[in-house]
Design a protein around this ligand. Structure first.
Ligand code: DGP
Length: 138
């Protein structure tokens, strides 16, 4: 499928719609997931237009991984969470719902179940206090 430049993450990267941003560099952007499966659920996107890992350049992939590690470390430190789950979905049959490649960073703690994937949108304002803690831990 050809890349659709009107997908929601492309619009966020271009600054056309808002996000609760935590980190940005020349190649990547990281922001809070607005349908969090756990408190502190983050997304990392490469700025390169690519639908899945199969469409992404090796340089884009490397940049996405480096940022994912950096932000995951900050999430772990800021929220003192014992576990961090990384999730990355390629294609609708795998559950991908936004067609710009991305990693999910999901804090996990024993006995805390995940909320359903991409189901309930929260008010972005409620994400800001957690985002501030993660920014401070970068
Ligand atoms: P996936 O199904 O792997 O493509 O995950 C897409 C994620 O993106 C899902 O957890 C919900 C989240 N999401 C969808 N729309 C928006 C949005 O407009 N802003 C933000 N921050 N996250 C979004």
């Amino acid at each position: 499928m050809p890349y659709n430049p009107d997908n929601i993450f492309a619009k966020i990267i271009r600054g056309e719609i808002p996000c609760v941003k935590v980190y940005e560099d020349a190649r990547t952007l990281s922001f809070m997931d607005v349908m969090p499966q756990a408190d502190g659920h983050m997304l990392v996107v490469p700025k390169e237009p690519a639908e899945t890992i199969f469409d992404l350049s090796p340089e884009g992939m490397a940049a996405m991984m480096v940022t994912t590690q950096k932000v995951a470390k900050a999430v772990k430190k800021a929220l003192a969470c014992p576990g961090i789950m990384l999730v990355q979905l390629n294609g609708k049959p795998a559950g991908q719902s936004v067609f710009h490649v991305h990693f999910h960073i999901v804090p996990r703690s024993a006995g805390v179940d995940l909320r359903l994937h991409a189901r309930s949108m929260v008010d972005p304002k409620t994400l800001e206090p957690t985002a501030a803690k993660i920014r401070a831990a970068l």
